[in-house]
Write a protein that binds this ligand. Structure first.
Ligand SMILES: O=C(O)CCC(=O)C(=O)O
Length: 272
């Protein structure tokens, strides 16, 4: 049986231009209410330990005595690369309208490299100024993040903030440990000397998706609210014809759309 045809989601020329100039683009309401409800319920079930992860290959048990705070945090607040284990993570990583936008920004051929579900409850710290291409290197350098807001977010509960136009900057190698450990996780690095005066906060409504270039300098501060989660599902993509050594190389990255001459992984749950 063939899948029903679907009209591709098109961004406007103005939106494409905005992304090129500023390095980010918020597309409002890209997720449906039903999708949001599903993602929201799933992330709560993960947080409350209601998803049985015990049978999943490569996923460590959730309660290990003597764990470091960093390992605890990854286990309870950040679910990294779970698209390799759970259908819903792979399905939302390959959400067709998200891929439509990425096709216009970095495509046409797309690979999906990294998925991270952040729960960021009240009091949880964020990440200091960084560029994602510092960590995930691709050649040609086509890295782009897609940040799905599961909750409404603003400066109070730790939304993202960007340095507009820094997508045109090189990758800064001058990095250090962040000083303010209430706002930022100590173990991650911070670019030295960023002019905070240029910063633009990026509030979003649940269901909005913010696309951001791999060179864009960005950060998110602590969730300072007392009762608001700031959940986001963030995935990273590149043109499928870019070479990468990140994460074991191209062989391990999903071909999300189109074709490539490079080796790649295929989806586990979802038909592309
Ligand atoms: O969601 C956040 O708070 C930070 C996300 C981020 O910095 C990233 O995905 O590179």
């Amino acid at each position: 049986m063939t899948a029903p045809s679907r009209t591709k989601y098109q961004i406007s020329l103005d939106q494409r231009y905005f992304f090129g100039r500023n390095g980010y683009l918020k597309v409002e309401g890209l997720l449906t209410d039903a999708e949001l409800t599903e993602l929201g319920e799933h992330s709560m079930n993960l947080a409350l330990d209601k998803v049985d992860l015990s049978q999943l290959e490569g996923v460590e048990p959730r309660s290990v005595d003597g764990e470091s705070p960093a390992a605890m945090e990854d286990r309870y607040f950040r679910f990294i690369q779970f698209h390799r284990h759970l259908e819903i993570h792979e399905r939302f990583m390959l959400q067709p309208r998200v891929l439509d936008v990425l096709e216009s920004l970095i495509g046409p051929d797309l690979m999906a490299l990294q998925s991270m579900l952040f729960l960021k409850p009240p009091g949880k710290s964020g990440q200091a100024y960084h560029q994602d291409s510092f960590y995930i290197k691709t050649a040609p350098d086509t890295l782009c993040g897609a940040w799905i807001a599961i909750d409404d977010c603003d400066e109070e509960n730790g939304c993202m903030s960007f340095i507009p136009g820094s997508n045109m900057d090189p990758i800064y190698l001058d990095v250090a440990q962040p000083e303010d450990t209430e706002d930022f996780q100590e173990r991650l690095t911070e670019i030295v000397g960023v002019d905070e005066g240029r910063e633009a906060p990026a509030p979003a409504r649940a269901g909005d998706v913010i696309f951001f270039h791999g060179h864009l300098i960005h950060r998110s501060r602590q969730n300072r609210s007392t009762d608001r989660l700031r959940r986001a599902y963030v995935c990273h993509y590149a043109n499928a014809r870019s070479y990468t050594e990140w994460g074991g190389g191209n062989t391990n990255q999903l071909l999300a759309r189109g074709s490539t001459h490079l080796p790649h992984a295929t989806t586990k749950f979802v038909q592309t």
